[in-house]
Design a protein around this ligand. Structure first.
Ligand code: SF4
Ligand code: SF4
Length: 159
């Protein structure tokens, strides 16, 4: 699946997905195990190293613990991490100064993978509990991430 096509493909399906959610909201609350299975299948079917779309286009929120970990990984002080790599966005959150992420390599490897920010570890969230709480966010994330797109496609198949 070409990630460039994802926004268009989501636009084609969004109304059906939202309709499915309205109809299945209650049962979705008890479907975390099924969704985790869909996530694992989609993940196995997707090569993040051939994608890197999240690291190129989304700006993860960077928490104080992330700054400390990144500083240790880079062997610089937390204040230097902030000065060199981060800015404060319009919501008051710390994010990378620019995207694509400065730690994303040409081969789509993350240079600080073991110490990457929590938001990076948790993305694309389709393996988390209480998925029903992030259905709308996931529709948005499906525009960026093929894993999320595949999960929503399978989840909502059959109406
Ligand atoms: S820190 Fe690593 S995982 Fe996070 S956006 Fe940058 S390259 Fe991607
Ligand atoms: S998590 Fe999703 S968007 Fe990020 S690299 Fe993997 S498939 Fe691409």
């Amino acid at each position: 699946m070409d990630v460039i096509d994802l926004p268009k493909q989501v636009a084609l399906r969004k109304a059906a997905w939202v309709k499915w959610y309205a109809k299945n909201k209650r049962s979705l609350m008890k479907m975390d195990r099924e969704i985790l299975q869909l996530h694992l299948e989609a993940e196995a079917d997707t090569n993040c190293l051939a994608c890197g779309n999240c690291c190129r286009s989304l700006g993860p929120m960077i928490l104080p613990d992330d700054v400390d970990r990144m500083g240790k990984a880079l062997r610089i002080k937390p204040s230097a991490v902030i000065e060199r790599y981060l800015r404060t966005d319009e919501d008051g959150d710390r994010v990378f100064r620019s995207m694509p992420c400065p730690f994303l390599g040409d081969d789509n490897y993350c240079a600080i993978y073991e110490n990457r920010p929590r938001a990076c570890r948790e993305y694309p969230h389709t393996d988390r509990k209480k998925f029903y709480q992030i259905f709308s966010l996931s529709v948005k994330n499906a525009e960026t991430c093929p894993i999320v797109f595949k999960v929503l496609e399978k989840l909502t198949a059959g109406g």
